[in-house]
Ligand binder design. Structure first.
Ligand SMILES: N[C@@H](CCC(=O)N[C@@H](CS)C(=O)NCC(=O)O)C(=O)O
Length: 216
């Protein structure tokens, strides 16, 4: 399988953590893509030309929730996708919340990358507010996440890694002790460690290093 990816994408981190959890990590070959320029092979696989996009033979799969679902189905894994309808809905909503945290954190990052005179404070405020409220909800629900390993919790762990990576000045742990404790434990999972976003800036990205260590 080929994954069009970028080392600093939280959506990619989520997908790679799911791949590791279901035992398909070593099957994934990463193709680094700069989405600011046209990449014909990516455009052919995904008309939106976004990452992550997975190509498995003649099947192209895109949008990270769909890729996560696909990987679980391919591996025959049922534990990452709750089977009970109510639990399924809760987990899908958790993933949506986590993906929204990624979207808003990314929007803040993009706004802050503009020259100071072009930055719109209200855009940053609105997106930071979205992240803050979402993390408040996760903090209130942290007890229910304890010991749960699903696509939803992997998405939540990936979102928090991204907030630390791009929005460190939020100091989110200060007012959310339950979520901080949950994340401190959850992020010890190999699938989280081998996809750590911090490594994208400090050296070879964690996933590529892990894959190489597996002889791939
Ligand atoms: N909802 C999508 C979001 C993917 C996304 O926004 N990817 C970004 C990079 S992190 C991208 O490809 N941006 C390029 C573009 O939108 O043209 C998912 O979950 O996969």
């Amino acid at each position: 399988m080929i994954l069009f990816y970028a080392q600093t994408s939280p959506y990619v981190k989520k997908v790679l953590s799911v791949a590791i959890e279901v035992g398909l990590g070593t099957e994934i070959e990463c193709v680094d893509v700069d989405t600011s320029v046209e990449t014909p092979a990516l455009r052919q696989a995904n008309p939106l030309s976004r990452i992550p996009t997975l190509v498995d033979g003649d099947v192209a799969v895109y949008d990270s929730p769909v890729i996560c679902d696909y990987l679980c189905r391919k591996a025959g894994n049922v534990s990452l996708r709750p089977q009970d309808p109510d639990a399924q809905l809760r987990d899908a909503r958790l993933q949506a919340l986590a993906d929204g945290v990624m979207d808003s954190t990314r929007a803040v990052r993009q706004e802050r990358m503009r020259s100071p005179e072009k930055q719109v404070a209200s855009v940053i405020e609105r997106q930071v507010l979205a992240v803050s409220h979402a993390l408040d909800v996760l903090d209130a629900e942290a007890a229910a996440l304890d010991g749960v390993v699903t696509i939803g919790t992997l998405a939540a762990g990936s979102a928090l890694d991204y907030v630390d990576f791009r929005l460190g000045d939020l100091n989110w742990r200060d007012t959310r002790p339950a979520l901080a404790a949950w994340y401190a434990a959850f992020t010890q999972r190999p699938s989280m460690q081998h996809t750590a976003l911090r490594d994208a800036q400090t050296g070879p990205a964690a996933f590529l290093a892990w894959r190489a260590a597996q002889g791939k």
